[in-house]
Design a protein around this ligand. Structure first.
Ligand SMILES: Nc1ncnc2c1ncn2[C@@H]1O[C@H](COP(=O)(O)OP(=O)(O)OP(=O)(O)O)[C@@H](O)[C@H]1O
Length: 369
């Protein structure tokens, strides 16, 4: 058992997919790679598993260099998006297969398979074959087979993506404490940002070519280093306003390009941004920092703008309001009991101290440079 160390990893076909990726996952660490579809998450896992050959770079686990080893000598256990179950074997035998390969005694195999089947809520399916169970049940069977494997490294590729929300939530909670996962290096990939934030001891946000930012959930959510990271984390996604900076009186403001919305830059940010006076800037405003306020309601230093309701979606525990102000579309999170009509005028309070500012060309967060 040891840490997983990836250095200078490159892989591409007719275009680069992974470009000089460096990553260390400590022993016992649960590291989540999150990123949009097609960005290279599965490719990264397949490279670690030995199912793809890197164009350059090394993969080590502790003292062992895995780079040239065939998959079966790597001591990694991987779940596949396609499940890769043995169709002629029962669910029980599929889960038991790595245990039999290790020569485990029958009684111990029974106990281990029952334990993991209970965890994954598939005890009643153990006698069925993969052709006789649903997609979500296949996914849990594949996960069960991986979890019993006792490898040096777990590689989990969207292992709960096809399960319903309730079971997904239960398994997420289980993953936090599962001894098998928490004692070795685990590399987990998902496109679901909430899953990533919930599960990852650390999270790597994958953009084109590699990891754009690595950090704890709090670090990457509150201080995204790149617009891509900010856009990818959060539901509904962050409001993005292309703007130019300029003085209004003696205070720095930004004005949305081609629109009538102008907002002050909050005190803590103005010193950093003042040097960019009249420069282009991309402003990120999270929907939870946009609040609908009534006339006369105090707004504690927030900037207040007049807007008109375009759409409202009631989601039970919360609501998402889409409103237009000065030609700019803004999304706001509302309390669950709110009701809005299309075209209705609303006042929005925007918490300017929480705005994020990105370089209009490079997308880098100018406040963390
Ligand atoms: N064997 C291959 N030959 C050519 N291109 C490939 C091959 N495998 C993957 N790719 C390409 O590499 C890119 C990354 O694919 P990958 O499956 O790693 O993405 P992903 O982030 O896991 O996506 P998803 O979330 O949809 O599974 C894609 O553009 C894909 O088409």
């Amino acid at each position: 058992m040891a840490r997983l160390e990836i250095e200078g990893l490159c892989k591409g076909w007719d275009f680069p997919v992974i470009d000089r990726l460096d990553l260390t996952v400590e022993e016992g660490e649960f590291f989540v790679v999150v990123g949009p579809s097609g960005i290279g998450k599965t490719t990264l896992l397949r490279l670690v598993a030995g199912l793809e050959r890197p164009d350059a770079g090394t993969i080590r686990v502790g003292e062992r260099d895995l780079t040239g080893l065939p998959p079966y000598r790597r001591r990694v256990a991987m779940t596949f998006e396609s499940y890769a179950l043995y169709p002629h074997l029962s669910v029980f035998e599929n889960i038991a297969s790595p245990l039999r390969a290790r020569g485990m005694a029958k009684a111990k195999i029974d106990e281990t398979v029952m334990g993991v089947a209970k965890l994954l809520r598939i005890e009643q399916l153990l006698n069925r074959r993969p052709g006789e169970i649903s997609g979500g049940q296949k996914q849990r069977t594949a996960l069960g087979r991986t979890l019993v494997a006792e490898p040096d490294v777990f590689l989990l590729d969207e292992p709960i993506s096809h399960l319903d929300a309730k079971i997904r939530h239960e398994l997420r909670l289980q993953f936090h404490t599962l001894e098998a996962l928490r004692s070795v290096a685990t590399l987990y990939v998902t496109h679901d940002y909430a899953e990533a934030l919930s599960l990852g001891d650390r999270i790597g946000v994958m953009g084109e070519g590699g990891l754009l930012q690595v950090g704890t959930a709090r670090e990457i959510f509150q201080r995204p280093q790149h617009l891509f990271v900010a856009k990818h984390l959060g539901q509904p996604s962050i409001n993005v306003v292309e703007a130019s900076l300029g003085m209004q009186g003696d205070a720095l403001h930004f004005a949305a390009e081609g629109a009538g919305l102008a907002l002050p830059v909050a005190g803590p940010h103005s010193a950093t941004l003042a040097g960019r006076d009249a420069g282009r800037i991309t402003v990120g405003i999270r929907p939870q920092h946009v609040q609908v306020v009534k006339d006369g309601q105090t707004t504690n230093g927030s900037a207040v703008v007049e807007a008109r309701v375009e759409m409202y979606e009631a989601l039970g525990a919360t609501g998402i309001l889409v409103a237009e102000s000065g030609g700019v579309r803004l999304m706001a999170l509302t309390p669950p009991d709110a009701i809005f009509q299309h075209g209705e005028p609303v006042r929005l309070a925007l918490r300017s101290e929480a705005f994020l500012y990105f370089d209009a060309d490079s997308g880098r967060n100018v406040m963390v440079d």
